[in-house]
Write a protein that binds this ligand. Structure first.
Ligand code: 4AD
Length: 464
């Protein structure tokens, strides 16, 4: 008739009380036939407690029960009934200041494997630990055994931080009258063009997995939804195996009507991300600490009002620093990183917006600048020298849209319903797309996007 209490609520005030707790066996150290120590943990070791088993008449604990406790394998789930007590010696490696003197132990789920393919402790090692000679686990072993890998404190923290990014994103947009939508992921034509498209058979018709919500979020604007956002999967048949590309990632997308200028979009990016970063620092200090313990990093430097530079200004800065860059072509990864460094030195921020990109570097739906069609009403946003967002005002004039698509070699018949949407009247509008995994990766200065994807999909990985 006992009910379970949460391990995190075990405090000194409860000394002398009999409690029932459930946890995962973290360590199990038999000392003698009459004595054993077992530690239990929850949520990646965020909470852990020591359980002491002493065979004694007084506690009604038999030698047989100590034997049973000793053979409980690590990572098994157990229930323990015991009395809350103050440990004789301070316990090292558990979070709770009290211990449990065991009365009864029940096995809830036993790990039967002789040896696990990944050891949680090895997965939790920092680079410094490994350099100091402690065993570590490589990334592939970790990802192949992701369910065990996820049990480390840093991973527990990463996915909470990720959840907070989404919450803050939703909260701010909802407060500004945006509505959350879901666009189809099965499409007749590709949304971004290029080769990174997963093609599939849709009951005899050729189809694609959506490379972004781009076309349908714009069509929602044509349908007078005015301000929309989406949190959903984005599919890219990437060929390149890099630290920042996945074949499936989570896109945070925004689309809205604009009155005068694409700066309205950048105003929103500014407010949204200053809010997200501030909330992360406020709400996730414990989680950030847990990530930092395994993967050390410096807090992100950002300004209360986000810096905006034009692409031309960026090119100037790079040229002054002796870089060779083409003013009408997109920056490559190296130049982006270099510019990030220059911006940090000059403006003391690791978060900034670069806008007015060359038109040739942008997708077909991007609005050219009214004063110079070599440039476009578009922007990218960077954290620590790497792109997390791209956005723009869109072409809402169907003739121009069709012409731009054809120029780039897009099959317009496959997206005719999209182009036709603009023939029935559409407001000037724009939006942006954010890569969720990249935001978390770069906020925490992690070296690989696979660390911030729960079950990453890359050119070589379709499982687990
Ligand atoms: O720059 P992208 O391709 O832009 C779009 O999809 C536009 N429809 C957005 C818009 O509204 N104009 O993708 C947007 C963001 C990138 O800035 C990046 O953060 C992320 O999505 N991203 C990826 N993340 C992980 N793996 C990949 N392969 C990614 N490709 C893009």
């Amino acid at each position: 008739g006992k009910s379970w209490i949460d391990m995190k609520n075990l405090t000194k005030e409860m000394i002398g009380l009999e409690v029932l707790i459930r946890g995962r066996v973290n360590t199990n150290r038999p000392v003698s036939s009459k004595l054993g120590f077992m530690t239990l943990r929850q949520t990646g070791g965020e909470v852990s407690v020591q359980c002491v088993g002493i065979a004694s008449e007084e506690m009604k604990v038999s030698v047989k029960m100590i034997r049973f406790m000793k053979q409980l394998s690590c990572e098994s789930f157990v229930d323990v009934i015991g009395v809350v007590a103050l440990p004789k010696d301070p316990v090292i490696g558990t979070t709770q200041e009290v211990e449990i003197q065991v009365r009864k132990v029940f096995c809830v789920d036993r790990v039967k494997e002789e040896k696990l393919p990944l050891n949680v402790e090895d997965a939790a090692r920092s680079k410094a630990d490994i350099q100091a000679g402690k065993p570590g686990a490589n990334q592939d072993t970790r990802l192949n055994n992701r369910v065990i890998d996820l049990r480390t404190p840093a991973n527990q923290a990463i996915f909470r931080i990720q959840s907070h990014v989404q919450m803050a994103f939703r909260e701010l947009l909802a407060s500004k009258d945006f509505i959350e939508i879901h666009t189809p992921k099965l499409m007749a034509g590709s949304s971004e063009g290029g080769s990174a498209v997963f093609r599939l058979d849709y009951k005899g018709q050729s189809a694609c997995l959506a490379q972004s919500p781009q076309l349908h979020k714009q069509m929602a604007i044509c349908g007078d939804l005015r301000r929309v956002f989406e949190v959903g999967p984005v599919f890219r048949a990437e060929d390149s195996f890099t630290h920042r590309h996945l074949c499936e990632f989570v896109g945070l997308d925004v689309e809205m009507d604009i009155n005068k200028h694409y700066s309205e979009l950048m105003d929103l990016v500014d407010e949204l991300f200053v809010c997200i970063f501030t909330k992360l620092n406020e709400r996730c200090s414990k989680e950030l600490e847990a990530v930092r313990n395994q993967f050390p990093f410096q807090p992100l430097k950002f300004l209360p009002k986000t810096l905006r530079l034009t692409f031309a200004e960026g090119i100037e800065m790079l040229k002054e620093a002796g870089e060779e860059v083409d003013p009408l072509k997109d920056l490559n990864t190296e130049s982006e990183r270099k510019l990030g460094q220059l911006v940090l030195e000059k403006y003391n921020t690791e978060f900034y917006i670069l806008h007015r990109y060359p038109l040739a570097a942008r997708p077909f739906y991007t609005m050219p600048c009214a004063d110079n069609a070599d440039y476009s009403n578009s922007f990218d946003v960077f954290i620590r020298g790497e792109e997390i967002i791209s956005g723009a005002q869109r072409v809402h004039i169907p003739e121009l849209l069709e012409e731009r698509a054809k120029e780039i070699g897009i099959d317009v018949t496959a997206i005719s319903t999209y182009i036709n949407s603009f023939r029935y009247g559409a407001p000037p509008h724009g939006g942006f797309g954010v890569g969720l995994e990249r935001v978390v990766m770069l906020f925490c200065a992690l070296d690989n996007i696979r660390k911030t994807s729960l079950f990453p999909r890359d050119p070589q990985r379709l499982a687990p």
